[in-house]
Every structure is written in C-alpha cells, then in structure tokens.
Design a protein around this ligand. Structure first.
Ligand SMILES: Cc1cc2nc3c(=O)[nH]c(=O)nc-3n(C[C@H](O)[C@H](O)[C@H](O)COP(=O)(O)OP(=O)(O)OC[C@H]3O[C@@H](n4cnc5c(N)ncnc54)[C@H](O)[C@@H]3O)c2cc1C
Length: 380
C-alpha cells in the first residue's frame, strides 16, 4: 500500500507528488487527462519568490529552470484616464522577486522533475470513486484500477469530484461583474516589460485594464462595466487591442476567456477520517488579481505532504484554511476597490488621481489597491 496518492496533475498535484517523494512517501500520481493533453491559455503567469523557493527545495535547480523560461518586469505603472499617476522601477541588480511565464511551462518543468525523481504516475484514467475509512482510502478509476493508500491529496481542481464525494461543501461568492482576459503573442524585451494598470482606459470606453507581460506575450485583463457582455467585448478585441497595446503591431490573440471573481472556500480541508487533504483549487477558488491561486495552491501541496508525513492532517486543514481565508479577504478588498460601487470610493479614487502628481502616496495607493492587501509570502 502506497502511503499517499495524489489525484490531479495540475501544478498543485505535481508539486504535492514531488513534496511527498522528497519526504520518502512513495506517492502515486493519478491524472484524468492523457499526458499529451494541451492545456489552453497563460492562466497563472506570476510565480512568486516563495513558490520558486518551495520548488527549488523539492527539486534542486528547478528555480533556475523556471526563471530561465520566465520574464521579470521591473517597472510598475498606473494611469488614470490615460494620465500617469504612479511609476516605480526596481534596479536590474535587485534579487529576482518573481518570474512571469505561462502556467503550462511550469507544469511541463514539474512533470519532468517528477519523472526524474521516478515518481509513479498514471495518466488518462480519472478517479471515479473514493472511500475513506479510519485506516486509509480506497480509490477506483474509470478503467477499473484500484489503489489502497494511507492518504489522498485531492488536487483535482475547481470541480473536484473528491471534494464532492467527501461531502465537503464549497462556500463563498462569485462576482456578477465579468472580466475579459486576452493573451496576445509578443516577444517582449526585458527592458520593455512593465506591469501597467489603467483606471478608465480611454481606448476601451473608460474600462479598467491590467496589462501584464510574461515570456511569450501580454496578458490583457479588462473589467466589464455593468451591463457589458464579456463575450462581445472579446469579439471586439481586434478593434480595441491596438489602442491598449500600441507597441504590438497587428496583435495576434492566442487565447481569450471571460471570468468572474471567485471567492470560494471548502468548508473543511479534510474529510471526517482525516485521510483526504484538499489542496489548490479543490480547496479554494480565488481571482487572478493578486496571483494567489496557483501560488497558494503550491504552498498547500508542500504543507499537505508534510502533514501526511508527520500525521498532522487536522493541523494542515486548520492552517491552510486560515491562509485561504486571508487570501479570500484580500481578494474581496481588491474586488471592492476595482468595482468602486460606492460614490465615496469613486470620489476617493478620483481625489487620489488628482493629488498623485504632488503626493506620491496617493499614486502608490492607486497602484497597489487593485491587488488587495499584501499577505506575507510564506502565508500564501
Ligand atoms: C483564466 C484563468 C486565469 C488564471 N490566472 C491566474 C493567475 O494570474 N494567477 C494565479 O495564481 N492563478 C491563476 N489562475 C488559476 C490557476 O490556473 C489555478 O490556480 C491552478 O491551475 C490551480 O491548480 P490546481 O493544480 O489546483 O488545479 P488544476 O490546474 O485545475 O489541475 C487539476 C487537475 O486535476 C485533474 N483531475 C480532475 N478531476 C480528476 C479526477 N477525477 N481524477 C484524476 N484527475 C483529475 C485535471 O485534469 C487537472 O489536470 C487562472 C485560471 C484561469 C482559468
């Protein structure tokens, strides 16, 4: 009997398998999709330094491999109706605080690290049935394979079947406001890479727009206005993109999506027998602003493996749920700022934009608030 099975080979499951292996737990990794399946879009492009540190501890050299394929932007800029209200640049000599690259590239590197470690994995065979008892967990897959294990790390994503079978509810809210995300192919020179937030971009009818560079392209996030149809805004992207990214001639869209801010948490991060540990999006759904989803999921994965090893599942469930609650609160503050639904908020933002040229703190606040309050990186 394996000590632990990890269900789901997204970034969180792959990390959990690596972490379990590093602790001598002989994990088996079970994934529904075939290994060759192509996952679309850039998705989680921001890899935080704490995440890079985790990965490097699990597989020495992985931090350098990820960083070599990523892009570091050293300038943050914020504009209000086309007028700059804040800019901050970090010297090239400063330590790399993060890197920016498509999630698929990180997953590919994690898969290679799992292979190099000799971790057993089964692809293209979804887990369909999970039975937890005080002594362990029995898993049954679609093709009829069975696995009897001591613990399961459920990293099977937002629609987690394991969470549902364990009878654990997903609680929280989804914003009514839609956001549109468009990836645009571009070969961005590091010295041209800037994260830019536009309040009331004049080129997209006064909507808020976030531009984030990553290796291979730009991520363009547009906040819909009440009554907007996100799908329609995506369809109109060829018209407004040249005004948003004038530096990219003939912008080529590689992926687009419409999403809403999710702030959802599993009611418990383990089952009644403390044999199933929820991790990543199986446990919490967070919006992309603030880059909390994948980064906090990777922290879950590392903590889950340690908890299985140490027999401290209850503590895992308590501590990682507390971290997720903090992330949900931060996401809520970010959404509140972005929506600025109350007249007082809109006045305050307008006053800050007016004061920013003379009072840099006002510009700094406008720059930072769309991502919510900072959380200590280790708590992600
Ligand atoms: C449009 C978009 C933009 C995003 N932007 C960001 C961002 O900027 N920053 C950020 O941090 N995050 C972002 N995210 C979120 C990020 O992609 C997720 O946090 C991350 O993928 C979660 O990883 P995970 O491993 O928990 O789940 P997933 O990546 O969903 O992986 C779950 C895996 O489980 C497998 N699986 C499911 N059911 C079973 C089963 N029954 N048996 C076996 N395997 C199963 C699935 O096939 C999948 O491979 C974004 C997501 C989207 C959709």
């Amino acid at each position: 009997m394996s000590a632990v099975a990890v269900v789901g080979a997204g970034p969180v499951g792959l990390t959990a398998a690596l972490a379990a292996h590093s602790l001598g737990l002989d994990p088996v990794l079970l994934e529904a999709q075939p290994r060759t399946a192509v996952r679309p879009g850039s998705r989680a492009i921001f890899v935080h330094r704490a995440t890079l540190d985790h990965l490097d501890r699990l597989s020495p050299g992985l931090r350098d491999s990820v960083c070599a394929r990523g892009l570091v932007w050293r300038t943050k800029r914020t504009l209000w109706a086309g007028r700059q209200v804040h800019v901050r640049s970090y010297p090239a000599s400063a330590a790399v605080p993060f890197t920016s690259l498509p999630q698929t590239v990180v997953e590919d590197l994690l898969r290679r690290a799992c292979d190099a470690a000799g971790i057993r994995s089964v692809w293209g065979d979804p887990v369909r049935d999970v039975r937890s008892t005080p002594d362990g967990v029995a898993l049954r897959t679609e093709r009829g394979a069975t696995h009897e294990v001591g613990h399961v790390v459920a990293a099977d994503g937002a629609r987690s079947g394991l969470r549902a079978q364990a009878g654990i509810a997903l609680e929280g809210t989804t914003s009514t406001t839609e956001f549109v995300v468009v990836d645009v192919a571009a070969d961005i020179r590091p010295d041209h890479a800037e994260r830019v937030f536009h309040y009331r971009h004049p080129g997209v009818g006064g909507r808020n727009v976030l531009l984030v560079p990553f290796r291979g392209g730009w991520r363009v996030d547009v906040q819909c206005r009440p009554g907007d149809d996100g799908g329609r805004l995506v369809a109109q992207a060829p018209q407004w993109l040249p005004r948003v990214l004038p530096q990219v001639p003939g912008p080529r869209i590689t992926w687009s999506s419409v999403y809403r801010f999710q702030q959802r948490l599993a009611s418990r991060f383990t089952d009644g027998h403390r044999r199933i540990l929820l991790a990543g999006e199986a446990a919490h759904l967070l919006p992309p602003f603030g880059a909390r989803g994948m980064n906090s999921g990777i922290s879950d994965a590392v903590a889950a493996a340690r908890a299985v090893r140490a027999g401290s599942v209850e503590r895992y469930a308590r501590e990682r749920r507390a971290a997720a609650e903090a992330n949900v609160r931060a996401a809520g503050a970010a959404l509140d700022h972005l929506l600025a639904a109350r007249p007082g908020q809109r006045c305050l933002q307008w006053a800050a934009a007016t004061a920013a040229p003379l009072w840099p703190r006002a510009g700094h606040w406008l720059d930072a608030a769309p991502y919510g309050p900072r959380i200590r990186a280790v708590s992600y």
